[in-house]
Ligand binder design. Structure first.
Ligand code: MRU
Length: 385
């Protein structure tokens, strides 16, 4: 796959081995402030993920892996550190660190996949220095490979959509943020939108605000404006109305979303609100496309029923968080405004599961997977093994 597609310079994760440094963009402050925070150890990596300063399934897995890498890199400069005493001590430190990182967020499988990869490497090595070296190498590789994987997803996805729509420009709807900020770069669903745009085949991208955390209004808006991609922000509740008005002048060809975990049969967990988008896409007879790296596919589970859905704090629903200038001007401050009266009951699942039946295609870096004719399920096991 060609490497020539321009890549956005919106970078959420910056890692260098020499000098040892891991910096993560604090996405809670976007789009108003661009502040990178230094991560020096596993605990700080865990906090970045838990507090959603970094979010998005691929980015979570990569930051978890790199936080272990930077932790080992910085600690290993201190030769007397007891965790490097022998391979058993180091291995139990790594095991405990990975188990801890895995408790940060439960739904995106990429975190668990990254942890398994690092643990398999650790188990195989017997030399302390080799263990450290291999972990750093692998974590760095995850960061580098993700960008190329996303460009491949973008190109495969655009090709799939264009094959069915030879002569027309494509209008799309997307949800949440699946772009450079949610990955190592370029993005998955947003990667497909970028590829359509770079091929001059995108007419317009509509994107939802994505309550309660507003990844769309804050982050997708930031990326689309940055790349000058023609786009319009809508509330989550406006998608069906938009599709009902879609005609040749204002055509919407596809809804394109990312994934946090795809089960073997294709059932897909993604940001809350995705399921209702799939229902409306099917009702309006337009494509519903899931874009995700193969690391988001969990072959250990048969269906979406087995996916654990993260429930987050009530205040994400009861409050709207924004950035305001303080009264004396100057400094920007993050402020929460409460909407409902005290005492209201709140339910805040962060993700939902879209049944495979409603999904037209799953686009990965290895190619596009569609359902076998006449069936309602994907056979991801056959595709990946
Ligand atoms: O809660 P978040 O912001 O981590 O949720 C992100 C999503 O649901 C994305 O759509 C998904 O992780 C894919 S990101 C390429």
């Amino acid at each position: 796959m060609s490497d020539e597609t321009p890549i956005s310079d919106l970078t959420a994760i910056v890692f260098t081995r020499s000098p040892p440094s891991l910096k993560v963009l604090n996405q809670l402050l976007l789009p108003h402030k661009t502040i990178y925070e230094t991560v020096s150890n596993v605990k700080e990596g865990y906090e970045q993920i838990k507090e959603m300063k970094v979010r998005g399934a691929p980015a979570i897995g990569i930051v978890a892996a790199l936080s272990l890498a930077i932790d080992l890199l910085l600690q290993s400069s201190n030769q007397t550190n007891s965790i490097f005493k022998d391979q058993e001590t180091l291995k139990s430190y790594i095991k405990a660190s990975l188990e801890y990182l895995k408790t940060s967020r439960p739904t995106a499988v990429n975190l668990f996949r990254a942890s398994d990869i690092l643990w398999n490497i650790t188990e195989k090595e017997t030399d302390v220095n080799m263990i450290i070296e291999r972990i750093i190498e692998e974590a760095e590789r995850m960061l580098i490979d993700d960008v190329q994987d996303n460009k491949n997803i973008g190109n495969f996805g655009a090709e799939f959509i264009l094959k069915e729509n030879q002569d027309k420009k494509i209008g799309v709807v997307t949800h949440c943020n699946t772009g450079s900020l949610a990955t190592a770069g370029y993005g998955t669903a947003l990667g497909i939108i970028r590829s359509l745009y770079f091929q001059n085949r995108l007419s317009h991208a509509y994107f939802t605000e994505t309550r309660p955390y507003n990844q769309g209004a804050r982050l997708t808006a930031y990326e689309l404006i940055h790349d000058k991609i023609p786009s319009t922000l809508i509330c989550d509740s406006m998608v069906s109305a938009l599709l009902s008005l879609s005609d040749n002048n204002n055509n919407i060809t596809a809804i394109i979303v990312g994934a946090d975990r795809v089960a073997s049969n294709g059932d897909t967990a993604n940001k809350i609100g995705t399921y209702q988008l799939a229902i409306t896409a099917n009702y309006h007879n337009i494509m519903f496309i899931v874009a995700a790296p193969s690391t988001s596919i969990d072959l250990n589970i048969k269906s979406g029923k087995e996916i654990i859905i993260e429930e987050r704090a009530e205040d994400e629903v009861t409050n709207v968080t924004g950035i305001v200038k303080n009264i004396n001007g100057g400094e920007l401050k993050s402020t929460k405004v409460r909407l409902p009266p005290e005492g209201v009951k709140v339910w805040n699942p962060s993700f939902d599961v879209t049944p495979a039946k409603l999904i037209t295609a799953i686009v990965t870096e290895k190619g596009v997977i569609t359902k076998k004719d006449g069936t309602n399920e994907f056979n991801l096991f056959d595709f990946l093994t």
